[in-house]
Design a protein around this ligand. Structure first.
Ligand code: HEM
Length: 124
């Protein structure tokens, strides 16, 4: 059972969050549609997603200190995200989640978080 006292950040630890993000970007690298949206150097994007997830999962607020309030939907307005693009991005994340060993309850929670967040990013 998941420990209700621990945040997902504490249960997973930074290493696993980093691995998750790294696997996500390895999948992005294999997607020509997504790559069209991203800058050629993916390292800064990887760092931003890592810090964002650390914060969302209950860890330090470093993302906020560096980037300000996430306002993610607004930040994504500059890229046309239709339901197909949403699916492509989400699939990269689902594959990444599947490749990292974690408690099944946390996996389910994180999956459902990404489905909601990706739906929220659709703007076309
Ligand atoms: C599924 C469709 C999505 C697409 C096509 C997409 C695309 C992008 C692109 C092209 C960037 C710019 C990369 C950069 O930072 O240089 C970006 C940034 C970012 N994305 Fe997404 N994204 C999607 C969904 C999501 C979701 C579901 C989340 C979070 C749960 C997310 C979190 C972020 C974050 C934190 C940044 C960096 C924001 C910043 O501080 O500037 N994205 N995204």
């Amino acid at each position: 059972m998941t420990n209700p006292v621990l945040s997902n950040y504490q249960s997973l630890g930074e290493e696993k969050i980093k691995t998750l993000v790294s696997h996500f970007y390895q999948n992005v690298r294999k997607s020509p549609e997504l790559l069209k949206l991203y800058p050629s150097d993916l390292a800064p994007a990887e760092e931003r997603l890592f810090l964002f997830l650390v914060q969302v999962f209950g860890g330090p607020q470093t993302y906020m200190e560096k980037r300000g309030h996430p306002i993610l939907r607004k930040r994504h307005f500059q890229w046309p995200i239709d339901s197909q693009m949403r699916n492509t991005g989400l699939n990269c994340m689902i594959k990444a989640i599947d490749s990292v060993e974690m408690d099944p309850n946390i996996k389910e929670e994180i999956l459902s978080y990404f489905v909601k967040a990706a739906n929220h990013m659709v703007n076309k």
